[in-house]
Ligand binder design. Structure first.
Ligand code: P6P
Length: 330
């Protein structure tokens, strides 16, 4: 049998972590379970005409919830059941969530999560994703977790990753020893290793940002865009614009093919739109683990010390040489 499931892979890699006695392996399993449930729900999303629009009561007399609420509740359920996590910060909750599972108080880990990023794209059948980060708690197991447990810099991550619900459902994660990608095989209900040891190309052709905001970009960034679109025959640019508006989908394409993803400060979002804890730190961790770079424009994203749960930062992340080129202009 040539397949390696996520569960088998995590066990095989367990010896990478002397301190882990299986808790991290079980936590990654719990995240996989939640992701499979969300994948099933996402793949039904187009059937709301039959199943009912969110906010309505469906034929079974049940309240139809928004998919991102379903996603959030699914992760809370899976992490409480698993017992490895004491607290969670979620893009869907204003404050930190203390998990109330039977063993949660003794959980060694905290999770920061965007359960369904890009959910506005669900209605038009565009890929969306889950983004997660895993930290060791700072507070003592058995005590009540506190805000300092979730406000940790990315350089303290134990693991991070994302799930992209696209033409197939893929889970991509790293525990600091490289990046591996798993594709869900619905016929057996398992994530199977499909992209071992992902390395992002140092150079790429794709630049990804919302140019609708160009009127608010810095001079440096607009100079980069002028260069990247330049018609200078001497250095005919091989670049192309690709922007889906769903971070996980844009990031995943650039990770595999090479490219740079930029969400700069704008008038509406002076610190950028993307959240440090839920989007920027985990994706920066993956980018770096795959050989790329991730910066706010002034510092390494993973060195930013979070001060509040929903804090936002600008990001330039992806292929090392492309990020460096953007920085040259900025
Ligand atoms: P804009 C989706 O709403 C999201 O949080 C990310 O997934 C995506 O990269 C970004 O916002 C898109 O933002 O302002 O370009 O529509």
């Amino acid at each position: 049998m040539s397949i390696t499931t996520l569960g088998q892979f995590v066990i095989e890699k367990q010896q990478d972590f002397s301190y882990a006695k299986g808790e991290l392996s079980r936590l990654l399993r719990d995240i996989g379970i939640a992701s499979k449930i969300i994948s099933r729900e996402v793949n039904k999303a187009g059937l709301t005409q039959i199943l009912g629009e969110h906010g309505s009561v469906n034929v079974q007399g049940e309240d139809v919830k928004k998919l991102d609420i379903i996603g959030n509740e699914t992760f809370i359920w899976a992490l409480e059941k698993g017992g490895e996590v004491c607290a969670m910060a979620s893009e869907e909750n204003d404050d930190m969530v203390l998990l109330e599972g039977k063993f949660s108080k003794h959980g060694k880990y905290v999770v920061c999560i965007d359960p369904l990023d890009g959910s506005s794209n669900i209605d038009v059948n565009v890929s969306i994703g889950t983004i997660f980060s895993i930290y060791r708690r700072i507070s003592e197991p058995g005590t009540e977790a506190n805000l300092q447990d979730v406000l940790q810099a990315g350089n303290r991550l134990v693991a991070a990753g994302y799930v992209v619900y696209g033409t197939s459902t893929m889970l991509v994660y790293s525990t600091g020893k490289g990046v591996n990608g798993f594709t869900l095989d619905p016929s057996i209900g398992e994530f199977c290793l499909s992209h071992p040891d992902i390395k992002t190309p140092a150079d790429g052709k794709v630049y990804s940002l919302n140019e609708g905001n160009a009127g608010e970009f810095s001079e440096g960034l607009n100079n980069y865009l002028a260069w990247v679109k330049g018609t200078d025959k001497a250095t005919s640019r091989p670049y192309t614009a690709r922007y889906i508006g769903s971070m996980v989908a844009d990031f995943h394409r650039n990770l595999l093919k090479g490219g740079v993803f930029i969400y700069p400060p704008t008038a509406k979002s002076p610190n950028g739109k993307l959240r440090l804890l839920f989007e920027c730190i985990p994706m920066s961790f993956i980018a770096e683990q795959a050989g790329g770079i991730a910066t706010t424009g002034t510092m390494r994203v993973l060195d930013v010390e979070p001060t509040e749960i929903h804090q936002r930062v600008p990001v330039i992340m992806g292929s090392a040489n492309m990020v460096k080129k953007v920085q040259e202009f900025m």
